[in-house]
Design a protein around this ligand. Sequence first.
Ligand code: ADP
Ligand code: MG
Length: 417
Amino acid sequence: TSISSEVLKEQLKKTFGFSQFRGEQEAIIRNTIDGRNSFVLMPTGAGKSLCYQLPAIVMPGTAIVISPLIALMKNQVDQMLAFGINAQFLNSSLSRAEINRVKAEVISGSVKLLYIAPESLNKQENLNFLQQANISFVAIDEAHCISEWGHDFRPEYRKIRNIIESIDAKLPIIALTATATPKVQQDIQKTLNLEDATVFKSSFNRKNLYYEIRSKKDIDKQLIRYIKSHTGKAGIIYCLSRKRVEEVSELLGVNGIKALPYHAGLDPQIRMSNQEAFLNEEVEVMVATIAFGMGIDKPDVRFVIHYDAPKSLEGYYQETGRAGRDGLDGTCILFYTYDDILKLDKFNKDKAVSEKENAKILLSEMVYYANLGVCRRKQLLSYFGEHMADNCGFCDNCMHPTATYKAEQEVSLVLEA
Ligand code: ADP
Ligand code: MG
């Protein structure tokens, strides 16, 4: 197949309304169309979805998109349908009748993208069905779910490669992730047997995001003041526990801020409708555990606030990445106290020794990050193996240098505890 640059650009304009590809999008799309495997590493908000959505539209047949979350599939399917492209999903939320309808549409050839959860992919009846369908290629979104070193490990992801091979070993594969750590990258490539894939890696620097650490003292007052001085702006507040999510969401509510909770303990129906209320701008603030946000595309999130310290810098970076997907400024505030680190460390006490050690290392990296007076962006990027020559000029340490080096003692405490 030879599809010209003009045709791709035309499709980009016609379906998505964009006049230009971002970064390496076009080369990535071409790689799939030409039948090669791709491994795409780009930060959150860079525009990875388009790298499989567009080839799916121009290639004959149905593209399979493996995706870890029902909410994420729904978000993308709704978007594609709104663009006039037939996209469907297969997951546990569908009734038998709905499953049959989706399958019939795929066999008829009208579906361009079929989103599937790895659990559903595993079922023999679905395998039989996919073997009969005309599949164009396979996209594995959020591919870091395959790695135990990542922050969202899904055991089912480990079986993906074998399943794809039993559908058709010659199908081009494109794996995508915003994971920035080299260790997870290697793990993904090895497990998916993608050593031969063309690797597309862009910088993980999110220039439009402002990073700031604040003391947790008077956090509720600080939080309310911040949100009230940004009325009409969308934001996410990440809390560690479900209980805290409920408390904070209530606190904001009584202070006249439109906020809703999101965590895995809520009824799936309520979770879905809260997410939708946030996406549709009926509420401004989503108070959530980290169960919220992976792959969800809300372009105009203006702030991401961490009410509690996260377990790792990797997770922190993914969560903050949900701000400013539209390229406009986003503010990322982490409320930090060493007590949170000790709490997190306690959660790990029943884990196996090696796991516990790993968790401690991740925590001590967090402690350093929170305490050092060095440019935050420099620290974050160097954690992900990227060297920045100059200070960024757009973080608290660059703009309001006050912090001093005091992490050493806290780190030794974490490691001993
Ligand atoms: P990722 O999966 O990499 O986190 P998404 O695929 O969700 O990012 O895309 C983030 C945002 O970028 C979306 O709002 C999307 O519409 C937008 N986008 C993607 N490609 C382009 C482009 N070529 N021009 C303008 N906006 C784009
Ligand atoms: Mg994505």
